[in-house]
Design a protein around this ligand. Structure first.
Ligand SMILES: C[S@@+](CC[C@H](N)C(=O)[O-])C[C@H]1O[C@@H](n2cnc3c(N)ncnc32)[C@H](O)[C@@H]1O
Length: 291
C-alpha cells in the first residue's frame, strides 16, 4: 500500500472508532512509527510502505481504536518542552500540570530564591520534579512516589533528562516518611524545606465511575482521591506542613471544582495568602498557600 492510502485508511479507522482528534492521532502515529510527517506525506505520498512497517502502523492504530491512550502507544509525551517516558502504570503528564509548575517557579523567582529545597509529593512520571530541577538547576528536589509500577518511569525520566532529583519511595500518608528530613544537627527535629508541591490523586469515588475509556487505562492509584477527592490535600497540608519553613510555599494541582474546598483545608491548617489560580480554559486548577 502507498503512504497516502495507508494514511487515509488509518484516519478512517480512528474516526469510525470514535477517537477524538483522529487526524492529530494519525499524524502522531505516522511520525512515530513511519517517520513520516506532513511534508513527507505531501512529497512522497505515492511511496510504497514496506509490509512490516504497515503492519506495525496497523497494530498501533488498532490499539488506539480499542481506547489505549495515544501516549501509551508512543511510549513518551512532552511536558514543559521536555520528553517523558510513559506507559502502563504511570499517569500521563497533562498540560494543566504545567500551570502548577509555572506558579511554583514564579513564586521562587519573586522570592529571589534560586536554590530552594522542594518536595514533589506523588511524583509519578517525575514531570514536576524533573522540570523544577531543570528550570532551577541549583535547587534541591525530592520526588516521593509509592507505586512500584510508576517507579521505573520516574527513574528513567530523571536519568534521560539529566536531572539530579532524589527519589523517596513510600506512602505519603505515612508519617515515618518525614524521617528522611530529620536534622542531623538537631536531634528529633526536622530540617525545614522551602516548598511542597503536589498533583495528588483527586478524583472522587463518583467520578471514578464516569471516566472516559482512555483515562480508565491509567492507574487507579494515580486517580482515586477518596470519597470526596480531597483526602490527599488534607493529609499533605497537615502532615507535610511539619517540614515546611515559615514562609514556605505549598502548591497543589486541583480538580476544577475543588478550589474553595482546598482553600478551606489550607486555611484550617493555618496557611496564609491562599490563592486559586486558573488554567488556560479559565477553570480553577492550582491552589497555593504560604505557611
Ligand atoms: C495524579 S498522579 C500525578 C503524577 C505526576 N505528579 C503528574 O503530575 O503527572 C498521582 C501520583 O500519586 C501516586 N500516589 C498515590 N497514592 C500515593 C501515596 N499514598 N503515596 C505516594 N504516592 C502516591 C500515584 O502512584 C501517582 O503517581
Amino acid at each position: 500500500m502507498i503512504l497516502k492510502e495507508l494514511y487515509e485508511l488509518t484516519e478512517n479507522m480512528l474516526a469510525a472508532a470514535g477517537v477524538e482528534d483522529h487526524r492529530f492521532n494519525t499524524d502522531c502515529l505516522f511520525e512515530d512509527i513511519l517517520d513520516a510527517d506532513k511534508v513527507t506525506l505531501l512529497l512522497n505520498g505515492d511511496r510504497e510502505v514496506p509490509e512490516p512497517d504497515a503492519d506495525r502502523l496497523m497494530s498501533a492504530a488498532e490499539k488506539r481504536c480499542s481506547g489505549i491512550p495515544l501516549q501509551y502507544i508512543l511510549g513518551k509525551w512532552d511536558f514543559y518542552g521536555r520528553t517523558f517516558f510513559v506507559g502502563d502504570g504511570v499517569l500521563i503528564p497533562r498540560p494543566d500540570t504545567e500551570i502548577l509548575v509555572e506558579r511554583v517557579l514564579e513564586h521562587f523567582e519573586k522570592a529571589g530564591n534560586s536554590s530552594p529545597e522542594i518536595c514533589d509529593l506523588c511524583s509519578g512520571s517525575g514531570c514536576i520534579a524533573v522540570t523544577l530541577k531543570k528550570e532551577l538547576p541549583k535547587a534541591k528536589i525530592h520526588a516521593v512516589e509509592l507505586s512500584s509500577d510508576a517507579m521505573p518511569y520516574l527513574i528513567k525520566n530523571i536519568q534521560s533528562n539529566g536531572a539530579d532529583v532524589k527519589i523517596i519511595k513510600g506512602d505519603i500518608t505515612d508519617g515515618r516518611l518525614l524521617e528522611n528530613f530529620l536534622d542531623p544537627d538537631d536531634f528529633g527535629e526536622y530540617r525545614k524545606i522551602d516548598g511542597i508541591v503536589s498533583n495528588p490523586p483527586y478524583i472522587t469515588d463518583k467520578e471514578m465511575t464516569e471516566l472516559s475509556r482512555e483515562v480508565k487505562h491509567e492507574p487507579e492509584i494515580a486517580l482515586r482521591g477518596g470519597a470526596d477527592g480531597l483526602k490527599f490535600y488534607r493529609i499533605i497540608s497537615a502532615l507535610w506542613g511539619e517540614i515546611l519553613k515559615d514562609g514556605g510555599l505549598i502548591a497543589f494541582e486541583i480538580g476544577y471544582e475543588q478550589g474553595e474546598a482546598v482553600r478551606d483545608i489550607l486555611r484550617k491548617s493555618g496557611y496564609k495568602n491562599i490563592e486559586i489560580h486558573k488554567d488556560l480554559s479559565g477553570n480553577d486548577r492550582v491552589v497555593t498557600g504560604i505557611k
